[in-house]
Design a protein around this ligand. Structure first.
Ligand SMILES: C[S@@+](CC[C@H](N)C(=O)[O-])C[C@H]1O[C@@H](n2cnc3c(N)ncnc32)[C@H](O)[C@@H]1O
Length: 251
């Protein structure tokens, strides 16, 4: 199969990516993928090698310092049986399967991801389920979809540049029905005393260059002021993670 050398990680953000240069992704796996994702995250999301490694249950849990199940539960508990739900990007681990279980046979889960290889992988993980479908699309370009009872944005924002955060957050809220919820789970600034604070700063500097702004900005600050929403925020693990639930009034 042909490979595309131009898709190997480049630039200052490619720390571990540079070390993992054997990574290869074919054009079919990366077609239409935005540059920030190719440049920064080929090693994690766009190579078959990365998909196999990072979707291992041990790795999924280790990356979130043992908090994956807790954060996944925190997202799922905002969703009710029978709901229509949009998940704005594929996620390693079994979040999507858990969301599909949570909504049950009368619910419907749409998942979009901008990377064809992730779409294919997620379809394989959800094979046999009749209440979930996965499509290739950009999370900032979801205007024609839904509206949904809930939109779940799990660890996507920290991976995208600022202009995309500013496009994705309003796009997500816009797809929520009155009375429905947008659920964002992502990084958050830990307390000053947090023992992992220096290490996470280093990880962000080397590998996740778009994450650190979530230490400085509230997720709702990416949303133009509006009066028809209520915001609820909780933090986890000494503040390193957050869940922000935006409920649209009415309905
Ligand atoms: C949601 S994050 C998940 C991170 C987390 N480490 C995990 O997997 O548990 C990774 C996914 O976001 C996708 N992605 C990145 N930018 C996107 C965008 N603009 N629209 C849709 N999906 C996007 C990537 O292709 C990748 O599959």
């Amino acid at each position: 199969m042909p490979t595309d050398d131009a898709l190997t990680p480049t630039g200052s953000a490619g720390g571990l990516g540079q070390a993992l240069r054997p990574t290869r992704a074919t054009p079919a796996q990366t077609g239409g993928v935005p540059d920030y994702l190719k440049d920064t995250y080929t090693w994690a999301y766009l190579s078959p090698w990365g998909v196999r490694l990072f979707d291992h249950p041990f790795v999924v849990r280790a990356i979130l310092w043992g908090n994956y199940d807790r954060l996944k539960r925190a997202a799922c508990e905002e969703i009710e049986p029978g709901w229509s739900v949009l998940q704005t990007a594929c996620v390693y681990g079994d979040l999507s399967a858990n969301l599909a279980d949570r909504i049950g046979p009368s619910g419907s889960l749409d998942i979009v991801d901008v990377a064809p290889i992730q779409v294919q992988h997620c379809r394989e993980k959800l094979a046999g389920r009749t209440n979930a479908q996965v499509e290739c699309a950009d999370a900032r370009d979801i205007a024609g979809r839904g509206p949904y009872d809930a939109v779940c944005c799990f660890f996507l924002l920290h991976e995208v540049p600022e202009d995309l955060k500013s496009a994705i957050v309003p796009a997500v809220i816009d797809r929520v029905k009155p009375g429905g919820r947008a659920v964002f789970v992502d990084y958050h600034r830990p307390g000053l005393w947090h023992p992992l604070r220096p290490l996470m700063r280093l990880v962000f500097a080397l590998l996740e260059p778009f994450a650190v702004t979530l230490w400085r900005r509230e997720i709702v600050s990416y949303l133009p002021a509006r009066s028809d929403i209520e915001v609820r925020k909780s933090t986890f693990f000494g503040g390193l993670y957050q869940k922000v639930v935006v409920t649209r009034r009415g309905g």
